[in-house]
Structures are given as C-alpha cells and as structure tokens.
Write a protein that binds this ligand. Structure first.
Ligand SMILES: [Zn+2]
Length: 264
C-alpha cells in the first residue's frame, strides 16, 4: 500500500503506466462519538479499513494507492454537539468529483471511495459523485463501507462479525457504541478517554427509527450522551477482529465487482 501524498510524481507515473493501480479515497467526518471517543473517529476508521483491505487487493494483483483522507463530511444529525462540523452535501460531492477527475487525468482510473461515516445526505453525496464520474467516463468508481445501498454496507461492515459482539443488546448498538469503541480501543487507544467509559450507562432504549432515518437529532434521542448502545461492552480484541474481517469484506466486494486487474 502506497500513500499518494508521500511519494514523488515520477512514482505516480510509474504506477499509472503499470496499469495495476487502484486508488482508495477514505472519507470520514468531524463528528461527536460520545464523551469517550475522538471526533475524527470515522476518518480514522476509514483509513484503518483501507489498510486492512489493501493486502487482499494486492494479493489479487492490484497496486493499492491510498489518497489523503477527506476528513470533512455531512454531519447534520450530530451538529448540536460541540466540535461536530458539517459540509453541505454539494461541497462534499464536488470535492470527490474533483479529486476523481484529477486522479483520472494522471491515469489513475480505478477509484474506491471508502466511507466511514453513516449519514444519509453524506452517503448520497458520495453516490452522486460516483454517478458524475461514471457519466463522464473518467474512471471506474465504487462506494464501499457505509453506502446508500444497504446491502453494500452490510457486505462490508456486518458480514461475519455478529459473533464478536458481547453487548446484551447487539440490535441496539450503533454510533459510538460497542463496535466503534472496540475499533478505537484496538486502533488508536491513545485517543480514547478510558477513564470515562466506566461511567457510560447503556443507551438501549432510544428511538431506533429516528436514529436510522435521521429524523431527530442525536442530541435529542441520546439525551445529550452522543452514543447508542453500550461502550462498556467494547474490547480491543473485538476491535482487532472487526478490523480484520471488515478489511477482508471490503476487498471481497471490490474484487467481486472488478475482478483481478488485467494489464491495460
Ligand atoms: Zn462513526
């Protein structure tokens, strides 16, 4: 896996000329995730899943290039929490389109948008960007991770992980809960407020439909707590398993769609 921002331009030309390059663009957001987790969690998670998926794609013959993460996104549901920042969907869409066009201009025309943030407007903006790039025929583009297509989200994040959860109410785990806290404990423990976690009571009894449809703000449906589920159920071991399985899942959905690379 090669980080685009860390190499000089001749190496990009080499990668493009080789015809095996696949670029992953991680997308996150700056959004509250409870009092125990950092605002950048979804961006960090997208990067971690990219790194976890990369070896599988490389084994299939791709040269995986990771573009710098888009750290800003659309975060309307959590906007009442200090530090949450939201773009307008058009802004995010434009960023992705313009990055995709620039990559394609240099012959990097396989683009995987790996999204770590679940928000309906955010995901639609990514879909719209994908549709524009495909219509312009500049690149092959996929959106993986959290996607408007619920089956895609499941195939990336939910397949093969159920048995890892320890929460008494796995159906009520969500934003800032067992899954995200576990990934944080494994992948960036220094950014977790460990001392806060024992104080976090379970939040199982919330308006699930309003949460999923973003019909009400996170503040109102979590009583200002900002997490859904029970962060105390999280462990670093669970996080390690989630990262490994989800990385494999993401690679699998990409390979299912595009197969192994033929030399251009
Ligand atoms: Zn999140």
């Amino acid at each position: 896996m090669i980080e685009l921002a860390k190499i000089p331009f001749p190496e990009v030309k080499q990668l493009a000329d080789g015809g095996l390059a696949l670029t992953i663009l991680p997308v996150g957001v700056v959004e509250e995730h409870g009092a125990h987790l950092p605002l950048g969690l979804d961006s960090f998670a997208a990067e971690i899943y990219a790194a976890s998926a990369a070896p599988h794609l490389e084994a299939a013959g791709y040269e995986v290039l990771v573009a710098p993460t888009i750290n800003y996104g659309v975060a309307r549901a959590a906007i009442d929490f200090p530090g949450t920042l939201s773009l307008e969907p058009e802004t995010l869409r434009s960023m992705v389109v313009e990055i995709g066009r620039s990559l394609a201009r240099h012959g990097l025309n396989r683009l995987v948008i790996l999204n770590g943030h679940r928000d309906l407007h955010h995901m639609k903006a990514l879909d719209d960007a994908r549709a524009i790039l495909i219509a312009e025929q500049v690149a092959r583009v996929m959106v993986v991770g959290f996607a408007s297509d619920a089956e895609m989200t499941s195939a990336c994040y939910r397949d093969g992980v159920k048995q890892f959860y320890q929460s008494p109410r796995p159906d009520r785990e969500g934003h800032g809960g067992e899954s995200e806290t576990s990934v944080a404990l494994h992948s960036f423990p220094d950014l977790v407020k460990h001392q806060v976690i024992p104080e976090l009571t379970p939040n199982f009894d919330y308006d699930v439909d309003a949460f999923r449809n973003e019909a009400k703000s996170y503040w109102s449906i979590s009583d200002g707590r900002g997490y859904f589920g029970w962060p105390q159920a999280a462990t670093a071991e669970t996080g390690a398993k989630l990262v490994a399985v989800r990385g494999g899942n993401i690679a699998r959905v990409i390979l299912k769609e595009w197969g192994s690379p033929g030399k251009l």
